[in-house]
Design a protein around this ligand. Sequence first.
Ligand SMILES: Cc1cc2nc3c(=O)[nH]c(=O)nc-3n(C[C@H](O)[C@H](O)[C@H](O)COP(=O)(O)OP(=O)(O)OC[C@H]3O[C@@H](n4cnc5c(N)ncnc54)[C@H](O)[C@@H]3O)c2cc1C
Length: 422
Amino acid sequence: MRRTVAVVGGGCSGVLVTRELLRSGEEDHVVLIEPGELGGGVAYGNAQPWHLLNSRAGAMSADPDDPSHFVRWSGAAPAEFRPRREYGRYLREVFDEAVAAHPGRVDVRRTRASRIEPTADGGTVTLDDGAVVRADHIVLAVGGPVTAKQPFGHEHYIDDPWVPGVLEALPTDRPVLLVGTGLTAVDVALTLTADDRRTAPVVAISRRGMLPLTHTVDAAPPAEPDLDDCATLRDVVRAVRSAAGEAVDWRPIVDGMRPYLDKLWTALTREEQEAFLRHLARTWECHRHRMAPVVAARVMALREAGLLEIRRGGVPAWPGLANYAAVVNCAGPGKLPGSAGPLVGDLLDEGLVRLSPHDLGLDIDPAGRLVAADGRVHERLWLIGPLRRGAQWETTAVPEIRAQAHRLAADLRPRPALAGVA
Ligand SMILES: Cc1cc2nc3c(=O)[nH]c(=O)nc-3n(C[C@H](O)[C@H](O)[C@H](O)COP(=O)(O)OP(=O)(O)OC[C@H]3O[C@@H](n4cnc5c(N)ncnc54)[C@H](O)[C@@H]3O)c2cc1C
């Protein structure tokens, strides 16, 4: 029997899981619900030409069975860092090709989902336009938590720097304060200084004042540190520091840990996870999510020209804050439930899903099925992408998302009945 799978959200995760469902060998019908541009999302939707991928082209294939797919499509060298906007185009083309190869199997609804009601045999998704989609399986692909709002009492507070035009409208002769010094702050600083008209500095501030580190121009193959004898977080940190200290360059060691990060994260005790989040996560993220060399060179030039200042500490109190034309929220993802959108917020309120450890996302079983507040696993309600954080660690980048999409489509295949079992 032909089943219907509803995919809620058509960013990178929604596009990749739809593609995998189409090619999984089943004849499932997919209803993809996305109000915006397919394959866009926060990462690839509103990116400007100076916003580059922070991964090399060779890592960005949409196809787990064909690692060079993006390299061939873009004509890039595997070690290159391509524009994020181009990657959005790539995802749309990959999607269009998959749809064309499976005519009549995908229905795209250009609206938001406002409510999900899981049932024993699937569930329903109610759309903003009033339509109700009945599905045998529902995949939640709505992206990650939003950043926590913290206006600091400034009259010109920009909560979402990705809204088109908000940064370009700021005066160039007054300083702008960015709260956060991670990759979002770097993106925002590049936009605020893109046309060389800026005369007043962009000031980025965070508790530690740490910028992301930089990729090398040439790629080096990942090198796994030896973690066999590690029983605790302390052991892991010691082993990694020692391997990185002995290596010619620390980057291959960091990259070599990537396939093991989920296993390491889930093997930690709650207390160790908490300690990691409090003391090490920011440093880890700076090493793990690095700037492309071209971007790092631009950041350095801006700092040398006095147009970008990186500061360590808290946001200044009023009246110091009045010196800034605007305060821009560049903090990372917030915690749930505060940073959940209305759809996920309602699911949480109704006890249909529950928070993952440390409130970083939503709880799932090892296959990605959502878990209700009472611990029951929903057989037909799935999660893909950044909201898996907490239950997993490494769940935001394309290589992990394409692997999740592949496995999810495989797990959705009906299992053959066992011979002799009634
Ligand atoms: C700035 C930035 C740069 C990045 N660069 C890289 C990189 O270089 N390499 C890499 O590997 N990874 C990178 N990533 C990480 C990764 O690619 C993203 O995390 C990934 O795009 C997540 O995709 P997603 O579809 O899960 O979420 P999103 O991209 O956030 O998409 C979610 C989609 O769901 C839709 N949606 C939300 N709510 C609803 C609703 N109620 N109904 C219907 N639709 C809804 C939204 O409109 C959106 O399109 C980057 C991430 C960011 C933010």
